[in-house]
Design a protein around this ligand. Structure first.
Ligand SMILES: [Fe+2]
Ligand SMILES: [Fe+2]
Length: 379
């Protein structure tokens, strides 16, 4: 391996969705790159020299190392990276032949290495990368103060449990979800929300990241407007649950880099009715949560979806949720785009005009952003 891979201490970990793949097997490289294209920015390398050069420029979210790597072999390469201080925390997925039992066993004992035996299902590859990336991000939460750490852990576990409940067709235990959001409300009310936004950077579950950000910004907005008590809890819970119907939308549509065609748009928009169907099956759910989930894509001029509600038909909660959802979507990081700065996002939202977003609330949200110190910390 060339020297830069082993010794460069200056390399910063890039908080992006870039994945490096190395294999000297051209077809394998091509197949993986193509399969992962709608989830990650894939950089494919067929030799160690190229990989080494790329690693000296920036660190990816994870590296997929094939057992077929020219000159040294995949396992040797992984061993070298694990011994290199600047590289030993990059998550690795090792793809090995089922005949190389010894290699499989050795790789399984290495830290931050997940091994997949060929042939594997594409979903298994995707899950391995995701698990690796998330374990790395979630491990960093351990260093946070208790409130923020608990806020992230609780909301993530609620989010994951909702995915299971949807899959099993079971009811949502609203009280549990609400309780899991309490540390988030506390963090926001005590002005310690930036750790929450920082803590989900690089997390691989985009739907969770978006929902956590919406819950945080919506609670922050509520706090700024003087909302207290149980209403704050509705904002946080509504934020966490507002897009749960997206779990029913196929990955290719959810993560499509380009513009959606008409059919895909219909599928994408169905996430709201999917969410409502699921929430309607939840006993004791406050109306406010249903409004946040069901009306965050409505517009004041009636051109929104799914109901085409207009003007006064949209209450304050729906108007706030629409602003926060657009702001979060613009400032979210996606596999196909970097996050937009809050200032740029605000400009775009102001250009959307009074037919889309409530101008009074938009001004209040702008004040909030100006109050919150440096913009670099807000996304
Ligand atoms: Fe949505
Ligand atoms: Fe959303």
């Amino acid at each position: 391996m060339d020297k830069a891979v082993l010794t460069d201490p200056e390399v910063k970990t890039a908080n992006r969705t870039d994945i490096f793949v190395i294999s000297s097997h051209a077809k394998h490289l091509h197949d993986i790159s193509k399969a992962l294209m709608s989830f990650y920015i894939v950089h494919a390398f067929n030799d160690v020299g190229q990989l080494s050069e790329a690693l000296s420029a920036f660190h990816p979210t994870a590296i997929i190392v094939d057992d077929e790597v020219s000159r040294m072999g995949g396992l040797d390469l992984i061993q070298k990276m694990r011994r290199t201080p600047s590289l030993n925390l990059i998550p690795i997925v090792f793809t090995a032949k089922n005949t190389s039992l010894e290699q499989v066993t050795m790789s399984q004992a290495m830290p931050l290495v997940r091994t997949l035996v060929k042939p594997y299902r594409f979903s298994a590859l995707l899950k391995s990368i995701s698990d690796q990336v998330n374990a790395h991000v979630e491990a960093q939460w351990e260093m946070m103060e208790t409130t923020q750490k608990t806020a992230l852990e609780n909301t993530l576990s609620s989010f994951n449990s909702v995915a299971d409940l949807i899959a099993e067709g079971k009811e949502l235990p609203y009280n549990e979800i609400q309780q899991s959001c309490e540390p988030l409300v506390t963090a926001v009310q005590s002005g310690n929300f930036k750790d929450l936004l920082q803590g989900v950077k690089g997390h691989d579950n985009y739907s969770y990241v978006h929902s956590l950000r919406v819950a945080t910004f919506l609670s922050l907005f509520g706090d700024h407007l003087g909302i207290k008590g149980n209403d704050m809890s509705i904002l946080a819970t509504g934020g966490v649950l507002h897009d749960v119907g997206k779990m029913m939308i196929p990955h290719q549509v959810l993560n499509k880099p380009g513009k959606l065609d008409d059919d895909e748009l219909v599928v994408m928009r169905s996430h709201v009715t999917e969410t409502i169907d699921f929430l309607n099956n939840t006993p004791g759910l406050p109306r406010g949560v249903t409004i946040i989930a069901g009306q965050h894509h409505e517009k004041l001029d009636g051109t929104g979806y799914p109901y085409g509600l207009k003007g006064k038909e949209l209450n304050e909660l729906a108007r706030m949720a629409a602003i926060i959802d657009v702001f979060s979507a613009l400032t979210d990081r996606r596999c196909y785009k970097d996050p937009m700065s809050p200032v740029k996002a605000m400009d775009i939202m102001e250009d959307m005009g009074a037919g889309h977003l409530d101008q009074h609330f938009l001004l209040a949200f702008k004040e909030l952003l100006l109050d919150a110190t440096s913009e670099a910390d807000m996304h």
